[in-house]
Design a protein around this ligand. Structure first.
Ligand code: PGA
Length: 252
């Protein structure tokens, strides 16, 4: 059985008091009504320590990680540091990191590996930009991103990775891929993994969809057979929408 996951990605939002409030609301909600899916919150580095100290059972992820182990990398945060503050995992290769920080597939692969080596679960993001979709190159792009970043991993390691397919044209734009478009690419990604690692591993890996998922469109997307949940940006920033998404997925 694949893990069903609703994961939030807060990006660069919220002050400490706001972050504490939302984490408490999420934790309280989950305790009062245990969901039938896993819940992850991806939050800014600076809030992780307090999040884990106050909410031991919440799955708390960073939004990035350094590709380097340690040393003279001003401003970077290492896997070992994240582990030492009890982070559970890291979102890696988000399109905003690829776009604004020029992260390459090779760097993203190094980040995935270093996360795994330190016992952190990576959420590896892939997805095409609008021109690539329009010119029909979306599969080719997702294939390259996935192969370069993940296919050097051992079967044991890749089994621990969560994948998030996020078409860049659907992130924060209000545009969503249709459930059929999501299903098509998710099945395609699973097929790539099956070819490389076999069906058993491919069938066990959770592939999340991300890009303007909200309570009004989540049911159709989450119902698709190869969609194992969502990586949620805007709708993860308030308890009403985020808890509604958890409920919607729990009922599918
Ligand atoms: P969005 O962001 O839900 O606001 O589109 C998703 C993401 O970037 O992970």
């Amino acid at each position: 059985m694949r893990r069903k996951i609703v994961a939030g990605n807060w990006k660069m939002n919220k002050t400490l008091p706001e972050a504490k409030l939302l984490l408490t609301e999420i934790d309280t909600y989950i305790q009062s009504k245990p969901p039938k899916c896993e819940v992850i919150v991806g939050i800014p580095f600076v809030y992780i320590e307090s999040a884990k100290a106050n909410h031991k059972d919440l799955n708390v992820f960073s939004e990035d990680i350094s590709e380097h182990r340690s040393g003279a990398y001003t401003g970077e945060v290492s896997a070992e540091m994240l582990k030492s503050i009890h982070a559970d995992g890291a979102i890696i290769g988000h399109s905003e990191r690829r776009q604004y920080h020029k992260e390459t597939d090779e760097q993203i692969g190094a980040k995935v590996k270093i996360a795994l080596d330190n016992g952190l679960t990576p959420i590896f993001c892939n997805g095409e930009v609008l021109e690539e979709r329009k010119s029909g190159r979306h599969k080719e792009v997702v294939k390259r991103q996935t192969e370069v970043a993940l296919f050097g991993l051992s079967p044991e390691d890749i089994s621990k990775v969560i994948i998030a397919y996020e078409p860049v044209w659907a992130i924060g734009t209000g545009e969503t891929a249709t459930p059929e478009q999501a299903q098509e690419i998710h099945a395609y990604i699973r097929g790539l993994i099956a070819t490389q690692y076999g069906n058993e591993i491919a069938d066990s890996i959770s592939i999340l969809y991300g890009g303007s998922v909200k309570p009004s469109n989540a049911k159709e997307i989450f119902s698709k057979p190869d969609v194992d949940g969502g990586l949620i940006g805007g709708a993860a920033l308030n308890i009403n929408d985020f808890s509604a998404l958890i409920d919607i997925y729990s009922e599918i």
